[in-house]
Design a protein around this ligand. Structure first.
Ligand SMILES: [Zn+2]
Length: 286
């Protein structure tokens, strides 16, 4: 096997160009003349994180179940109080386990979007299996939510060599799994524009690294400071503030305080456009 330091330029350049950031889609101004767009999202993984790792112990599954049972009702009440729409990225198995949640998301005016079948690791799948699972996931969400998903966040933000082809094949209009910018951009496949909108994510704007990884628990109020600074800078630049949370992580009593205080801060400005990921993708596309 050829080692990376032995690659010719076309090889390393080819890897980089396979999926890459194209033109920025940051608009001159957001709908309604807003200065900043705010896209709040929740990955409703619940039990699927344990299931996809073949960890079927009731203890681990209960930790995920908390997300639906305790987290989701609190989150929906908080969003309703602020009148803020959000996007829920839901693995199909999670949606099948909690169909009433899907109904509640739709009833609350929120978006339901794709997040894999069982939170599978797509980098371990061949192209055919990835297309099959993602396609069945979209079919399942369409049946439960009453509308076909317009976008996807890949499980764990993983991207295989086939993922962009799968997204295009299924006609999804946006992805929210990659990190090449703070603001929306168009995805390129081997240097060619795809028309697929990327709404970039970042671990900085995710609850998991602060609260779950290695049990290295961070004070929730320290996280509030980081996310508030991210929003303030996004507003100063006229860009997008995108946030990823998980009901089984942020939905705990001491942590939801962070989201409440963050939304209070954001809503204190009169030049903010709160929107679902699908709405942001459509706004920047045109
Ligand atoms: Zn997830």
């Amino acid at each position: 096997m050829t080692q990376p330091w032995q690659w010719d330029e076309p090889v390393w350049r080819g890897h980089v160009d396979r999926v890459r950031a194209g033109r920025t889609l940051k608009p001159d101004s957001w709908p309604g003349g807003a200065r900043v767009a705010v896209a709040i999202s929740f990955d409703a993984d619940h039990e699927t994180i344990s299931l996809r790792d073949n960890d079927v112990s009731p203890g681990k599954l209960a930790q995920g179940e908390y997300g639906s049972r305790a987290g989701v009702p609190r989150i929906l009440a908080l969003l309703a109080g602020f009148g803020v729409p959000a996007t829920f990225f839901v693995p199909a198995v999670s949606a099948l386990l909690h169909p009433a949640d899907i109904e509640a998301f739709v009833a609350g005016g929120h978006e339901v979007a794709a997040h894999g079948w069982i939170h599978e690791r797509n980098t371990e799948l061949d192209a055919e299996a990835e297309l099959d699972l993602t396609g069945r996931a979209c079919d399942t969400l369409e049946r439960l939510a009453g509308a076909r998903p317009l976008g996807i966040r890949t499980p764990s933000w993983d991207f295989s060599a086939s993922t962009l082809d799968v997204i295009r094949e299924l006609g999804l209009r946006y992805d929210s799994s990659l990190m090449a910018d703070d603001d929306p951009y168009e995805l390129l496949a081997d240097g060619a524009p795809t028309g697929v909108v990327e709404l970039p994510v970042e671990w900085i704007r995710d609850d998991v690294p602060y609260f779950m990884l290695g049990r290295n628990y961070t004070s929730p109020r320290a996280v509030l400071e980081i996310w508030r600074d991210e929003f303030d800078a996004a507003r100063a630049e006229g860009g997008l503030f995108q946030l990823t949370m998980h009901p089984h992580v942020i939905g705990h009593r001491s942590r939801l305080v962070v989201l409440r205080d963050l939304l209070t801060h954001i809503a204190s400005h009169d030049d903010v456009w709160f929107a679902t990921h699908a709405a942001v993708a459509e706004a920047v596309r045109t």
